[in-house]
Design a binder for this molecule. Structure first.
Ligand code: FAD
Length: 242
């Protein structure tokens, strides 16, 4: 897709942290930077997966994991046996990035072809949640991923809780970048006999598959409806140019 260094963010709007961090200050397209914490919340709420990066013994590792926002915190959870979770629990600085892919920008040249997206980056260190706070964190994560699911399930056992680390990253230092424009083709390419535009990409639930050991005649309709509603809430609004 074009040259990666010259990747063109069409119609990008960039939101910077209220705290004016030099590490999250946008250097490219700074005139489009605005401060909007509500947008940070919306992007985090639309995302199901964060790529969490830490450096361990000099080597960077970026791992995908489930995430959820709770107030001014990004919640993560994982096994007490996970290297990533132990490293984070030990106070390692982290960078968590979420990306919601909204569309393929199909230009008349490979160079101008790109993607529309909403992405957020959070820098910080994680705090371990314990006791009722950990339980609240697990509820928030579960209900973010499968809305309404927590209240239908048995509570976690002591053993399950002991095997799980729940971490919270404060939303203190962050940036959000949104790209939502049409292709920005070179005028010399406008006569090319190829289609150009944006193909929206959305996440939608497919037909549910029963667990092979399902013992009751229960319908997945509530779960599917909750996932569909989340997908709908997370979809971008129609851009003004379309
Ligand atoms: C789905 C997707 C695909 C992309 N594909 C490409 C590609 O192929 N090639 C390419 O060069 N770029 C791509 N980008 C854009 C890329 O993420 C960077 O924004 C861009 O490369 C500028 O990098 P930089 O080092 O100059 O950032 P700078 O503007 O120097 O970054 C400074 C600070 O800005 C913030 N920031 C930068 N980018 C983002 C972001 N995306 N989201 C949130 N905060 C951000 C961070 O806080 C960062 O520390 C893509 C983005 C997304 C979401």
């Amino acid at each position: 897709m074009g040259d990666s260094v010259g990747f063109h963010v069409v119609g990008a709007a960039i939101q910077e942290a209220v705290m004016d961090s030099s590490r999250t200050r946008i250097r490219r397209l700074p005139e489009k930077a605005v401060t909007d914490r509500a947008t940070l919340h919306a992007v985090l709420d639309a995302a199901l997966v964060a790529h969490v990066a830490v450096v361990d013994e000099g080597q960077p590792y970026a791992l995908p994991m489930a995430c959820a926002r709770s107030g001014e915190q990004l919640l993560l959870h994982g096994s007490t046996g996970s290297r990533l979770m132990r490293t984070l629990d030990g106070g390692a600085p982290l960078c968590a990035t979420v990306t919601v892919l909204d569309g393929m920008v199909v230009a008349r040249s490979a160079f101008e072809s790109s993607m529309n997206y909403r992405s957020a980056m959070v820098l910080g260190t994680a705090r371990r949640l314990e006791g009722p706070e950990a339980l609240d964190g697990l509820r928030a994560l579960t209900d973010h991923l499968i809305p309404g699911r927590w209240q239908t399930l048995r509570p976690p056992t002591r053993k399950e809780l002991a095997a799980t680390l729940v971490l919270a990253v404060p939303l203190d230092e962050w940036s959000v970048k949104i790209s939502d424009g049409p292709p920005d083709d070179d005028p010399a390419d406008l006569d090319a006999p190829v289609w150009a535009g944006v193909v929206p990409l959305t996440m939608t639930p497919g037909p549910p598959l029963d667990a092979p050991d399902l013992r009751h005649e229960v319908s997945p309709a509530t779960v599917v409806a909750a996932l569909a509603a989340h997908a709908q809430r997370s979809a971008p609004s129609r851009p003004g140019w379309a």
